[in-house]
Design a protein around this ligand. Structure first.
Ligand code: PRX
Length: 670
């Protein structure tokens, strides 16, 4: 890592891209941010006079039951950030009721279930009724303002309905990605003290049936706090086990509820949801987002980044179990009264034409996806794209991992037909909404760069060695933010000191993102991956530390170290190095070694979830260590990435004799 000003090369080889003509011609009306001058003027005001800037936008974009008396207070040093103080509003009212009253028949949600012949849409009026019924059920079960409710559902309209119903009664949703194991679900339900869990009987994905309710039963075994489970009948399999008194089918209990249940007003600073995310150490953190600031930034970023108009159709391919689904499948589009496509399946089911048929069928104008899905399609499904008319598209978004310039070009050409704006949006669970991103059509972009900060975000590149901010352009370091913004996470659930330690204390006065980044000579930002032990596999954020904890528990493992390596398909992949207990397995016996490794993978799948499985497990006699006994993951990373020339200084290593053996073990594996 450079500690000085450096020439950031990305800037030199890459030319600016202007928004294509077609983008402007196909807009329903003129852009919300018309040009770079407007962006700069708004940006400057958002940083220099946030009170005026956000005070006006909050009134324009949200309905307040009681006006706020102060736009913001608190700072990054004290970690006491608040926005829209004393203001009261309800997120569900803002996403559903006001649109149902103004445009009852307008489409709110489009459901694309696993089987595409079963696709359907629901209007704002229908959504309101469905949400109210679930809200009524929850209230009848004693769920009150401030209570946490877990949602463990696949990407179906019911997930969105459940979240909105929880928000409607002032409760707090904690969505757990339905790919998580029973144990991971349990940890999250227990940490958040959930009284109710909302799930389904079985899920469908890629033609396969997943026994969701069984996983929930396993996870909740012995969890006393959960008194009720609401079960949406996704498949209706009569053999799914229901515990009398605790488990209730969605359709049966909703049938007894009124189709209107009033919203419970919430304070702008009341929690709207928790979302667990992985960091470098320890258990996942329940990141807390609040009603007012989060909702405002969800609306503003959806409006300005995507230039989203009310008539548009927004297709976020990400799951509601992650922050992308929260902000850009639900709260962003619906707060703006725009239709959102909820997609349950995979890009490969029943074939690689699925995304394109969805876009064609619903005339989607916006498509928002992780580069990993595009890499897969580029590799195996590219021929399908040209078979469909997807000319309704105006904006293509990328999220969750860096999009390499060549993939950017491919996305632009093959999916966008050179007619769309591409927005490479950089942000995170904790930021609630975009941090650094193009605004479609407003200013030129550069393939591979997330470009410029969103309103209210004052980025800082910090030299990690000195902790000092690097001023000016052509600098590289770690990325922090020196302003507060409405949707920054306020705390970690029940653990504010962890919030302070993770985000605000590493560099006093700054919010630390955990990412490496560079600012080039035009002031454009380039995200260069995590600076901590977090890996990004297919857009899923994983802690190597968490995977190590699982592997360390295995009876055959003495110790282990997991690292991330680059992967052509998944962006990054996890490689686990393990040292074996005496007699645990004969690694020269191929089938025994394979079975042993499988047992380790099964352990990770069972404890965390299938998406956390290491790509490779490599047994070594000894892990590289410093003299004080710390595992040198840097050395493993370089060996696994075949970058021996960059292995660096080994003089602090206690056991350099292990290096050639590890190299041989890696060579035999890849
Ligand atoms: O490392 C950055 C990467 O994903 C991390 C956040 O992950 P998560 O909280 O799961 O949220 C994912 C959806 C926003 C970041 O710290 N990341 C996200 N977007 C980008 C990115 N890296 C590079 N470019 C991006 N556009």
């Amino acid at each position: 890592m450079s500690t000085n000003h450096v020439e950031v090369h990305e800037a030199n080889g890459v030319s600016f891209r202007q928004a294509p003509e077609h983008f402007f011609k196909s807009q329903p009306s003129k852009s919300y941010i018309v040009d770079e001058a407007q962006y700069r003027a708004w940006y400057d005001q958002s940083i220099n006079d946030p009170e005026t800037f956000y005070g006006a936008l909050a009134k324009e974009y949200l309905h307040w039951d009681k006006p706020f008396t102060k736009v913001r207070s608190g700072d990054l040093t004290n970690g006491d950030i608040s926005w829209f103080l004393q203001g009261e509003l309800n997120a569900c009212y803002n996403c559903v009721d006001r649109h149902a009253f103004a445009n009852p028949d307008k489409i709110a949600l489009i459901s694309e279930p696993d089987e595409e012949s079963e696709a359907y849409s629901i209007t704002f009026q229908q959504l309101l009724e469905k949400v109210c019924k679930v809200a009524g059920v929850l209230q009848s079960w004693g769920v009150k303002k401030g209570d946490t409710v877990a949602v463990y559902l696949p990407m179906t309209p019911e997930a969105v309905i459940a979240m909105l119903a929880i928000a409607r009664i002032g409760a707090v949703h904690s969505v757990v990605f339905a790919g998580f194991s029973a144990g991971s679900l349990k940890d999250r339900v227990v940490d958040a003290g959930c009284k109710v869990v909302i799930t389904c009987d079985e899920a469908k994905r890629g033609g396969k049936t997943i026994n969701t309710k069984k996983i929930v039963d396993e996870g909740l075994n012995g969890v006393e706090s959960v008194s009720k489970i609401l079960v949406y009948k996704r498949t209706g399999n009569p053999d799914v086990k229901m515990t009398p008194g605790r488990d209730h089918y969605w359709d049966e209990v909703c049938a007894n509820q009124r189709s209107y249940v009033p919203c419970v007003p919430t304070n702008a600073e009341d929690p709207l949801f928790l979302l667990y995310t992985s960091g470098s150490t320890g258990q996942p953190k329940g990141v807390v987002h609040t009603v007012g600031g989060y909702l405002l930034n969800a609306a503003l970023s959806t409006r300005f980044v995507f230039d989203l108009h009310p008539e548009d159709v927004f297709f976020t391919a990400g799951d509601v179990g992650w922050i992308t689904g929260h902000t850009y499948a639900l709260y962003g589009p619906l707060s703006l009264g725009t239709a959102s496509i909820i997609f349950e399946s995979t890009p490969a089911y029943p074939d690689y034409g699925r995304y394109w048929r969805i876009i064609n069928r619903w005339k989607a104008t916006h498509f928002y996806v992780a580069p990993t899905a595009m890499r897969l399609i580029k590799k195996v499904g590219e021929a399908e794209i040209a078979k469909y008319d997807i000319s309704s598209l105006r904006v293509l978004g990328s999220v969750g991992e860096p999009i390499q310039p060549d993939l950017w070009e491919w996305y632009n050409e093959k999916v966008g037909n050179n007619n769309c704006c591409i927005v490479d949006t950089y942000w995170q669970t904790e930021s609630g909404a975009h941090l650094i991103t193009p605004l479609a059509g407003a200013f030129p972009t550069k393939p591979g760069s997330a470009s410029l900060p969103f309103f209210g975000i004052a980025p800082a590149i910090i030299d990690p060695a000195t902790g000092k901010e690097l001023e000016g352009n052509d600098v590289a370091g770690v990325l922090a933010v020196k302003s507060t913004w409405p949707s920054v996470a306020r705390t970690v659930y029940n653990d504010h000191s962890r919030y302070m330690d993770t985000y605000l204390k590493p560099f006093a006065g700054y919010y630390f993102t955990g990412d490496n980044a560079a600012r080039d000579n035009d002031g454009y930002y380039w995200i260069r991956g995590r600076a901590d032990d977090v890996v990004n596999v297919s857009g899923h954020r994983l802690s190597t530390n968490e995977i190590e904890t699982v592997l360390d528990e295995h009876p055959g493992v003495t110790e282990c170290a997991c690292i991330g390596i680059n992967d052509d398909l998944t962006g990054q992949a996890v490689v686990a190095f393990i040292s074996l207990k005496e007699g645990a397995c004969d690694i020269n016996n191929e089938s025994e070694y394979a079975a042993f490794k499988k047992s380790l993978v099964m352990e990770v799948r069972g404890v965390i979830g299938p998406f956390a499985s290491p790509k490779a497990i490599i047994a070594v006699s000894d892990l590289p260590k410093t003299r004080s006994g710390k595992i040198m993951r840097r050395v493993l990373r370089k060996i696994a990435s075949n970058e021996m020339e960059q292995i660096g200084d080994l003089s602090t290593m206690a056991n350099p004799e292990c290096v050639p053996k590890i190299i041989a073990a890696v060579d035999s594996q890849f």
